[in-house]
Each structure stands twice: as structure tokens, then as C-alpha cells.
Design a protein around this ligand. Structure first.
Ligand code: BES
Ligand code: MN
Ligand code: ZN
Length: 498
């Protein structure tokens, strides 16, 4: 779907579908008022019949409205003006996307200013709109032999602004939003791919493709490199698998060499059976999403490279499978990490922190400005925060505040949890420097505390996306989160705030 932004009078727009926003009953947006006038009150008359449901995202399709240039008018309910906020806009966009997919219209015109939320500027509205519509139009059907329903006809969406000229800021926001949606789509597709196809080798090949397409630096470390570096924890996780492990390093340099990079480290377990500490069977298929951190890192880099952002970002992706088997790690095994610290593996299902600790030690060599790891790390995080907020942990409050603000901005929100020393004692081991689990209480905190032992010299934050990376049930599928957050974070840190 092509997006553009243009100065355009809605009532004159020659389009397959003119989208007009309505708050509560009879409360027309600016563009809708203008169009209603041109149509001699036809819109108000239609609304007065009560066919537009009173909730954000409801739509009403009108054909043959005289006085307008459009073939169709799609009225879109935003909900009460007093309650209208980012959440209502997200709902409205989901409803709009669903309605647009069912139409035969080849293009649509959407007066963008009418979707604006108080306190947020036009660039923000542009980003939210493009990301919301692209999410609604995302489909993963490459493995279905019968493509039904048929692909939507809609090929172009014009965001109409009143009064020329369109600002450079708005144009930049559109470019950013489209690139971010491309990145989120990549993360979604990598997440949705089945674990027999999306293997560590596949992720490495995808990274190589990105490197070629966007002229990125790439390096893929193999098992022998990991052995040479002493990555005993990462190697312990991959032992039970027949798939060779990889450690992908992808570099995007959009700023001066002297600018220290932001390093993103993504957990890339392409399937998590739990290993010898085997998981129960129900919903185990969802552990194909255990590489979502890796997918979000590749997605964020694709987005930043696609928009030619003036930032330096390095993605570090440790990736392998966690399988049981004759050579798998056992509960009780003690391994030496790349940092030199020893770990007693009390539960082989706490494998994410094992691959991450070596990747985080490795990340230090890039002299990073900051390191952010992204991981589907703990079921406990889902219990704590559900599917709304990503868990945030940081050893630097300024970095934590930046991430929280970027999440608000991208509407890809996080909630900070403590990393206090008090929790560290739960990780004590009688046989090694630490255990890899800290018991049931505060499971996501002790997982973060474990990682903190490997990031003492870094400005570091950890995002636990166990609850936000995918949806379960009927709508099962990857969300593409937190690509929008990561992109905003990188841009805001480079002073490209709004
Ligand atoms: N990938 C899982 C975390 C997970 C589980 C995310 C369910 C989303 C839904 C992780 O590797 C894991 O198994 N964690 C264990 C840790 C425990 C053994 C300390 C968990 O959360 O149960
Ligand atoms: Mn696990
Ligand atoms: Zn896992």
C-alpha cells in the first residue's frame, strides 16, 4: 500500500473512498463538516438514522453522495471528543483498516488533521495512522495454498492536509512511518514463520539479505567462533539441537564514525522446548515466537536504514534452538560464561538469559553509548504486566526515562520494574558464582538481575517482551512490537524528537 501526503480539499477529492471522522453523534470533524456542506446535509441525514455505532472504530459506508468528488464516503467513529486519546485513535484505525479491506476502492483519501489527539502534533498523527493501517493490512498467508479472502483492492492512501504547502516535518514523518511499518512487518513475519523454517541459519540469511539491500555491515559468528570466545552459556543452550547456532552482528552507520552506537541485543531462540526441563505440551507451539527479540532488532535496523536515519546502530543477535536430547545440557551443569563468571544451570528452560549474557559481554566491544536487550524472557512478566506493557529494567535511570518516553511517543508502551540489589540473593548457588534461576517470586526481576551481572560496565536496559511480542488464541500472531519503540528511541536519542 502506497501512502502519500498532500494538500487537498476533501469535498473535491476524486477518490474511490473519502474517509470522514465523526466523534459522537452529529459531532462532525472539520473535513466532515465541509463535505456535509458540499453534499447539502446528506452526511448529517445519514448519521441521524443511527446506523453508525457509537464506539471508536465503527464505520458507515455511503454510496453516491451528491456534491462530492468521491465514489464512496466512509464515516469513521472516533468516539466521544472528551475521551478521545491515543488508545481511541488506535481502535479507530483498526476499525478503519478492517472496513477498507472489504471495499473494492483502489484508493482512499483521509483528512489527517481530524484524527489529531490533543497534545500531539501532526507528525505523530501521521505515524500512528500509517502504522495502524499497515498493521490492519498485514497478512501472513505465504504458507496457505488457498488465498482467501482475496487480497484487498486498496493500493493507495492519501493523507489530506488542509492548506498548502505540506510541511517538511509531515513529509519526514510519513517516510519514517512507512519505514517503521516495513520494519514491524519484517519482525511480524519472522515471528510468524514456523520453527522448522525460521531457524538460526534462516535468521542469519535474512540479516545477510538486509545487509545487501541496505549496505549494512554484517558478521555471523559460528560455533567455532563462540568456542574461541568462551561463550560457554550460549553453547550450553544450543547443545541439544541439530541446528547450528549463530551470533549475528548487523551494523547500520548513518551518523559520523565518532558517534558511539546504540547496540540492540535480541534474544533469538527459534524454538524453546525448555530443553531437559521440558515445557508442558499445551501452547508449546507459541515458543516459535521466542525469537521475537531478534526479529525486532532486525526490524528496527531495517526501519532505520530504510529511512536513512542519522544514527549509528548495531544489532547483536544470539540465535539457537533450545532442545532436549542426548547431548543437551542438564539441570545441575555448571558452565563458564564469556565474562569468566560461572553459572549453575538449575533449569534449562531459563535459556534466554544464558544466550543473552554472552551476547551482552560481546556487545561491550563496540564501545556502545547504550545497550538495550529485547527478549521474550519470562512468563512471570506476562503475569505482572499482561499484554499491554513491555517490562523495562535499567541500570541507568536516564536511559530508562528515554525508553519510557519513546514508548509513550510510539504508543508501544513499557513499564519500569525494579532492579534492586535485594533481589540478587535469590540467584545464589552453592556450586557456582550464580544460578540461572531465582525461584518463583519476582521471576522477571531476578531474570533481569541475572543479566545485570553481565552489564555492570555498560549503560544498559532490558525489555521483557514476553507479553507484548505476540497474541494468542484466534488472532494468534506476532505484533511486531517493540519495533516502533526502538525506532523512536534511536531517533529521539539522535535529536530527531518530533
Ligand atoms: N521463552 C520463555 C519465556 C516465556 C514463557 C515467554 C511463556 C512467554 C510465554 C523463557 O525461556 C522461559 O522458559 N522462562 C521460564 C523461566 C523459569 C524457568 C525461571 C519461565 O518464564 O517459566
Ligand atoms: Mn525457556
Ligand atoms: Zn525462552
Amino acid at each position: 500500500m502506497q501512502f502519500s501526503i498532500r494538500a487537498l480539499a476533501p469535498e473535491k477529492a476524486k477518490t474511490g473512498c473519502l474517509v470522514l471522522a465523526v466523534h459522537a453523534a452529529e459531532n462532525l470533524s472539520r473535513a466532515a463538516l465541509g463535505a456535509d456542506k458540499a453534499a447539502q446535509g446528506a452526511l448529517r441525514r445519514a448519521l441521524s438514522r443511527g446506523d453508525l455505532a457509537d464506539k471508536a472504530g465503527a464505520t458507515l459506508l455511503l454510496h453516491g453522495v451528491a456534491g462530492l468528488g468521491a465514489e464512496r464516503v466512509l464515516l469513521l467513529r472516533l468516539g466521544e471528543r472528551a475521551q478521545y486519546d491515543a488508545a481511541a485513535l488506535r481502535k479507530a484505525l483498526a476499525g478503519l483498516g478492517a472496513a477498507l479491506k472489504t471495499l473494492g476502492a483502489k484508493d482512499a483519501v483521509l483528512p489527517i488533521a481530524d484524527l489529531a489527539v490533543g497534545g500531539r502534533g501532526l507528525p505523530w498523527t501521521v505515524r500512528m495512522t500509517v502504522l495502524g493501517l499497515r498493521e490492519a493490512f498485514y497478512a501472513f498467508d505465504q504458507l496457505k495454498t488457498q488465498k482467501k479472502p482475496p487480497a484487498p483492492a486498496l493500493a493507495a492512501v492519501t493523507l489530506a492536509v488542509a492548506g498548502a504547502p505540506v510541511t517538511l516535518q509531515a513529509q519526514a514523518a510519513l517516510k519514517e512511518a512507512v519505514a517503521t511499518a516495513d520494519g514491524a512487518d519484517l519482525a511480524r513475519t519472522l515471528g510468524n514463520l514456523p520453527p522448522n523454517l525460521c531457524t538460526p541459519g534462516y535468521l542469519a540469511d535474512e540479516a545477510r539479505k538486509l545487509a545487501k539491500q541496505y549496505r549494512l555491515g554484517i558478521e555471523v559468528l559460528e560455533r567455532r567462533d563462540m568456542e574461541r570466545l568462551g561463550m560457554g552459556a550460549l553453547l550450553a543452550v544450543t547443545r541439544g539441537s541439530h541446528q547450528p547456532p549463530k551470533l549475528i552482528v548487523l551494523r547500520y552507520a548513518g551518523a559520523a564514525k565518532s558517534k558511539k552506537p546504540l547496540v540492540l541485543v535480541g534474544k533469538g531462540i527459534t524454538f524453546d522446548t525448555g530443553g531437559i526441563s521440558l515445557k508442558p505440551a499445551p501452547e508449546m507451539d507459541e515458543m516459535k515466537f521466542d525469537m521475537s527479540g531478534a526479529g525486532s532488532v532486525l526490524g528496527a535496523i531495517r526501519a532505520l536504514a530504510g529511512m536513512r536515519a542519522q544514527v549509528n546502530v548495531i544489532g547483536v543477535v544470539p540465535t539457537c534452538e533450545n532442545m532436549p536430547g542426548g547431548s543437551a545440557s542438564r539441570p545441575g551443569d555448571v558452565v563458564t560464561t564469556m565474562s569468566g563468571q560461572t553459572v549453575e544451570i538449575l533449569n534449562t528452560d531459563a535459556e534466554g538469559r544464558l544466550i543473552l549474557c554472552d551476547a551482552l559481554t560481546y556487545a561491550a566491544r563496540f564501545a556502545p553509548d547504550a545497550v538495550v536487550d529485547i527478549a521474550t524472557l519470562t512468563g512471570a512478566c506476562v503475569i505482572a504486566l499482561g499484554h499491554v506493557a513491555t517490562g523495562l529494567f535499567a541500570n541507568d535511570q536516564k536511559l530508562a526515562d528515554e525508553i519510557r518516553a519513546a514508548g509513550e511517543d510510539a504508543w508501544d508502551r513499557v513499564w519500569q520494574m525494579p532492579l534492586w540489589e535485594d533481589y540478587q540473593e535469590q540467584l545464589r548457588s552453592n556450586f557456582a558464582d550464580m544460578a540461572n534461576i531465582g525461584g518463583r517470586p519476582a521471576g522477571s526481576v531476578t531474570a533481569a538481575c541475572y543479566l545485570a551481572r553481565f552489564t555492570k560496565k555498560l549503560k544498559w536496559a532490558h525489555l521483557d517482551i514476553a507479553g507484548t511480542a505476540w497474541r494468542s488464541g484466534r488472532e494468534k500472531g506476532s505484533t511486531g512490537r517493540p519495533v516502533p519503540l526502538l525506532v523512536r528511541l534511536a531517533l529521539r536519542r539522535a535529536g530527531r524528537g518530533r
